[in-house]
Design a protein around this ligand. Sequence first.
Ligand code: UDP
Ligand code: UDP
Length: 297
Amino acid sequence: MCKRLLDDGYDVLCVDNFYTGNKENVLPLLGNPNFELMRHDVTFPLYVEVDEIYNLACPASPIHYQHDPVQTTKTSVHGAINMLGLAKRLRARIFQASTSEVYGDPTVHPQTEDYHGNVNPIGPRACYDEGKRCAETLFFDYHRQHGLEIRVGRIFNTYGPHMYPDDGRVVSNFIVQALRGEPITLYGDGRQTRSFCYVDDLIDGIVRMMRAGAEATGPMNLGNPAEITVGELAHRVVALTGSTSPIVHRPLPADDPLQRQPNIEKARKLLAWEPTVALDDGLRATIDYFRAVLATK
Ligand code: UDP
Ligand code: UDP
C-alpha cells in the first residue's frame, strides 16, 4: 500500500505498531524523502496532519488475532473511533479495511454486499468478525451523523510476497511447508472453499475506491471470485513448488467458514475493477519470494 501510494506521487505517513507487521518490509522505503514511519498503536489517539487515511490496522490471521482477542476487538473498535475522530477533525476521506468475515459462515453464496452475514458473536473468531462489523457501524454512523467521506471495502482472502513465513494463514503455511519439505497441514477434509486475491490486485481496488466519488462509499467487496477448495490449493502448491511434502490432515478450527466467494459486480460497475492476476501466477510470485526469504534464514 505504502509503495503504491509513493509510486503514485503521494507523501506517505505509515503508522504501525508492528504487532504483525515486519519492519523489513518498509526498510526499502525509508530512504524516500516522501515517506515517514511512525510507531504507534491506533487504540490510542493520533494527532497528525494528513489529507486522507487508510485504516488497515488489525491482525488478520486467525492465530494472531486469537492470541489476544480482547486487544483485537479494541484495535478494530477503538482504532476506528480514533481514526474517525482524526478524519473528522481534518475533514479527510477515510478508507476502512473491512472483511469478508463480516459474512461469517455464509448461507448466501457467492456473497453480495446486501447479505447481512452469519457470525457467531461468542465464538473464537468473533473478536475479529464482530470488531470489524462494529467498525463498519462506526464508519456509517460518522458518515451519516458527521458527513464524513468514508470508503468501506470488504477484503476477501489476500496473499502475496511480504507475508511473514509464520503468518499462519493458509497460503503462506502451505508454501513454507512445501519449500521446507515439511508436511502440509490441511485442516478438516479440505473441501471448504476460499477465493484468493493477489495483493497487487487488492491494492489497486482500494486505490480506485479512494479515487472514486461518493457512489463508491460501499460497503464494497474486494476479492478474486475464482473459488477453490483448500484441498485443491494444497495440491497446486505441491505441484508449483515441486515439493515432496506429504499432505496431512489436522482438525478443522471452530467456526471455520465452509465456503467463501465474493460477488464483485459492484466493484466491476463502480470502479471498473476486477482482479487480473491468476492464482497460479500469484502463487509463483509468492513462492519465489518465500524461497528467497527462507534461503537467508
Ligand atoms: N481523535 C484522534 N485524533 C484527532 C481527533 C480525535 O485520535 O485528531 C480521537 C480522540 O481520542 C477521540 C476520538 O478520536 O476520542 C473520537 O473523536 P470525536 O471527535 O469523534 O469524538 P470526541 O472527541 O467528541 O469524543
Ligand atoms: N487452513 C488449512 N491449513 C493451514 C491454515 C489454514 O487447511 O495450515 C484452512 C483453514 O481451516 C481455512 C482456510 O484454510 O479453511 C483459510 O484459512 P486462513 O487462516 O488462511 O484464512 P480464513 O479465511 O479462515 O480467515
